[in-house]
Design a protein. Structure first.
Length: 605
C-alpha cells in the first residue's frame, strides 16, 4: 500500500465549496463529506490532533481523496447526502431503514390506481409521503378504497378484465375495468381522494353534500345514498383521530443515547393527526453523539426521499449547519421550513412523546442484547467451546413440492442478526425434493466464496435437519479443509412440536442432551426460525404465489376463502390479520385461525 501524501494533495485543493470522497487502497469509499471551503475542511483531518478514535482510524486508511466542486454550499449539502445514500460508506453515519420509505401513490392512468410504493419511483403519478409507518399507509389506502372505491390493481390486470373482480363485490372498487363508471365520474372521485389525502376532508364533504342534493333533486336516490355513505365514512374518520390537537404539519425528530446505543425517533403530524412513528438506529453507535446522528438523519431523510415537507421540524439537539439545512429545505419545499429546538405547549407534548418512544426502544434493545449475550455464553458452555462464539450461521431449505428450491443463510452475532450477511441460494441441477443435495450445494457455494474472498467463517454452523443434513455439512467442510467450524443440526421430534426438537452434533450418533428451557437451546431455535422465515419469504417471492396462498392452506376451501377475503377486504388484509382477528371471521375456528396464520407467515409447527 502506497501511503497517501496529504501535503501534495492539499496544495492543489481549492477553497471553493464542494464534496470530498475518501477512498481506501481498494478504491472503496470510506467517507463522504461536504465543505464550505474544501481546502480548510480536508486539511483539518491531517493538521489537527483529534481524540476521536473513529476519525483517527479513518485517516490511517485513506489511500486517495477525490473532490466534487459545487457552486454553493447548499448544492454541496444536497450532493453529499445523495452520495451517502447511494454508496453508504463505512465511516458515515448509516441509519437502518434509511431507504424504502413508503409512499401513497396515485398513477397517471386514465383510471388512476392507488397503491403503496417503495424504492425507485419510475411510474408517473402523484405521491404522498414519505410516511414513517407502513401500517399507517396500508390503513389509509384501505380507507380510501372503502370511501372512494378507487382501483388498486395493476394495469396489466386492469386491461385483461372482462367482468368485475372481488374488490367490486365487496364495495372497494367501482369496476372501471368493465366501464361500470365513466371516465369523468371516476376523475371526480380521484379528485376527492386527493383532497382527502391532503387533509382537506371538509372540502370533500362539502362537494359530496352538493352532489347528494343534486342526485336527490333528480330522484336518483341510489346515487344519493352512495354519497351519504361516503360522507358518513369521512365523518367517522374525522372522529377517530390518533391524537386530538389543533391543526398543524410538524415532524418531531429526536436523538437519544443510552445503554451504549443511539436511536432516532421520528413522529409525523399532519393536519393535527399522528400518522405514526418510527425508530431508526445507526449501524455504529459507539463513537456517535446525538447531534451527529441528527445531522446525518436530516440529510438522508429530507434531502433524498422526502416530498412532503412540514412547516416545522422539532429537534431535541442542535445540528451542524442548522441555518444551511433550513435554507436548503426551504428551497426544496418551496415554502418556509424551520428547525426548532425550544418549543412549548402542544409541540412540547409531541417532543416528550417522541423522547419516550426512543427511550422505550433503547431499553428494549439493551434488554435483548443482554439476553442474547447470556444465550451466547450458555451455548459456549453447553458445547464446551474454548471461547464465546462471535458469529453463528444457520442454513435452511425451502421448496414447494420439490419445485423452486431455495436455501437460506442467516447470521447472528452477540449484537443480534447481521442482515448484511443474510444470503439466499437458488438451487439448481438436483433431483426435485432432494433436501440433502440442496443443503450440500448451498453450503459448498457459501464456504467456497468465503474462503476465496477471505470472509469471516462462523464459529458455529447450524443446519435445519437431522443426521442426514449434518452429514452434508461435515462433508463440505472436510472437502474444503475447514476445521475451525463447530457444526450441529436441529431436527423436529416425533410430534413435530416446537420445544421438543433434537440437537445433533458432529460425530455423535444420538441426540445431544440439552435442556429445552436453557438459553442455548432458545438461541438455536431462534436462528432456525429466522432461517426458515427468510427461506419461506424468498421462496414465495420467487414463486410469486402470494395471491394464491389461501388456496394452499389445509382446511380452507372455496367458501371459507370467500368469507376471509370479504371480511378483510382482500388478501392484503388477511395477511395483516392476527390469530384473534381470524377467529372473529364467521366459520373460522380458533384452531383453523392458528393454522391459517402459521401457514401464511411461514411458522413451523
Amino acid at each position: 500500500m502506497t501511503k497517501f501524501d496529504s501535503q501534495v494533495f492539499l496544495r492543489s485543493l481549492t477553497h471553493r465549496p464542494g464534496v470530498y470522497l475518501m477512498f481506501d487502497q481498494h478504491q472503496k469509499i470510506l467517507y463522504i463529506g461536504k465543505a464550505k471551503d474544501l481546502k480548510k475542511r480536508v486539511s483539518s483531518y491531517f493538521t489537527r490532533i483529534t481524540e476521536d478514535a473513529k476519525t483517527r482510524a479513518l485517516v490511517q486508511l485513506i489511500a486517495n481523496i477525490e473532490t466534487i466542486v459545487t457552486q454553493t454550499e447548499n448544492e454541496a449539502l444536497i450532493l453529499e447526502n445523495q452520495l451517502i445514500k447511494q454508496y453508504q460508506p463505512r465511516y458515515n453515519v448509516s441509519l437502518k431503514d434509511d431507504k424504502g420509505y413508503p409512499f401513497i401513490f396515485l398513477s397517471s392512468h386514465d383510471f388512476p390506481r392507488i397503491a403503496i410504493q417503495r424504492g425507485p419511483q419510475k411510474e408517473e403519478g402523484v405521491r404522498y409521503g414519505p410516511f414513517s409507518s407502513v401500517a399507517a399507509v396500508f390503513e389509509t389506502i384501505e380507507l380510501v378504497k372503502k370511501v372512494f372505491r378507487l382501483r388498486s390493481c395493476k394495469d396489466s390486470f386492469f386491461a385483461s378484465r372482462t367482468r368485475p373482480c372481488l374488490q367490486y363485490q365487496i364495495h372497494r372498487c367501482t369496476a372501471p375495468c368493465v366501464n361500470y363508471i365513466s371516465k369523468e365520474e371516476y376523475a371526480a372521485t380521484v379528485q376527492h381522494a386527493k383532497l382527502f389525502l391532503e387533509g382537506k376532508s371538509e372540502e370533500v364533504v362539502e362537494a359530496l353534500m352538493q352532489r347528494m342534493e343534486r342526485a336527490s333533486d333528480r330522484l336518483d336516490y341510489e346515487a344519493a345514498m352512495q354519497y351519504r355513505d361516503q360522507i358518513r365514512s369521512i365523518r367517522q374518520v374525522q372522529s377517530k383521530q390518533f391524537v386530538s390537537t389543533r391543526k398543524g404539519n410538524v415532524d418531531i425528530v429526536v436523538a437519544l443515547k443510552k445503554y451504549g446505543f443511539v436511536c432516532i425517533s421520528l413522529m409525523m403530524i399532519r393536519q393535527g393527526k399522528l400518522l405514526g412513528y418510527k425508530v431508526f438506529t445507526p449501524n455504529d453507535s459507539e463513537n456517535l453523539n446525538e447531534s451527529d446522528v441528527l445531522t446525518a438523519f436530516l440529510g438522508q431523510y429530507y434531502l433524498c426521499d422526502c416530498t412532503d415537507f412540514p412547516a416545522y421540524i422539532i429537534l431535541n439537539h442542535d445540528v451542524q449547519d442548522r441555518a444551511l439545512f433550513e435554507s436548503v429545505l426551504t428551497d426544496k419545499a418551496s415554502k418556509k421550513v424551520r428547525l426548532q429546538l425550544r418549543v412549548k405547549g402542544q409541540k412540547a407534548k409531541w417532543l416528550h412523546m417522541a423522547l419516550n418512544n426512543a427511550f422505550e426502544t433503547l431499553q428494549r434493545r439493551a434488554l435483548v442484547k443482554s439476553r442474547l449475550h447470556d444465550r451466547f455464553i450458555d451455548l459456549q458452555n453447553k458445547l464446551r467451546l474454548p471461547e464465546m462464539p462471535k458469529l453463528i450461521e444457520c442454513f435452511d431449505i425451502s421448496h414447494m413440492h420439490g419445485e423452486e428450491t431455495v436455501a437460506s443463510c442467516v447470521a447472528f452475532g452477540v449484537e443480534g442478526p447481521i442482515k448484511s450477511a443474510y444470503r439466499i441460494f437458488n438451487i439448481t441441477g438436483i433431483t426435485p425434493g432432494d433436501d440433502y443435495a440442496a443443503m450440500k450445494q448451498a453450503l459448498s457455494r457459501h464456504f467456497k466464496k468465503a474462503l476465496k474472498e477471505k470472509l469471516s467463517l462462523p464459529d458455529v454452523l447450524i443446519v435445519d435437519g437431522g443426521k442426514g443434513q449434518l452429514k452434508q455439512a461435515e462433508e463440505v467442510l472436510r472437502e474444503l479443509g475447514v476445521e475451525s467450524v463447530f457444526v450441529l443440526g436441529i431436527a423436529k421430534g416425533p410430534s413435530r412440536k416446537p420445544g421438543v426438537e433434537s440437537i445433533f452434533l458432529s460425530s455423535h450418533s444420538v441426540p445431544f442432551d440439552i435442556n429445552v428451557y436453557s438459553p442455548a437451546f432458545h438461541l438455536i431455535q431462534q436462528l432456525r426460525d429466522e432461517a426458515h422465515r427468510f427461506a419461506i419469504t424468498a421462496h414465495r417471492k420467487r414463486k410469486g404465489k402470494i395471491k394464491s396462498l389461501l388456496e394452499e392452506v389445509p382446511g380452507v376451501g372455496v367458501e371459507k376463502r370467500k368469507v376471509l377475503l370479504k371480511h378483510f377486504g382482500g388478501m392484503q388484509g388477511v395477511m395483516s390479520a392476527g390469530i384473534l382477528d381470524l377467529q372473529n371471521v364467521p366459520g373460522i375456528s380458533s384452531g383453523l385461525a392458528k393454522a391459517i396464520y402459521e401457514y401464511l407467515h411461514g411458522i413451523k409447527t
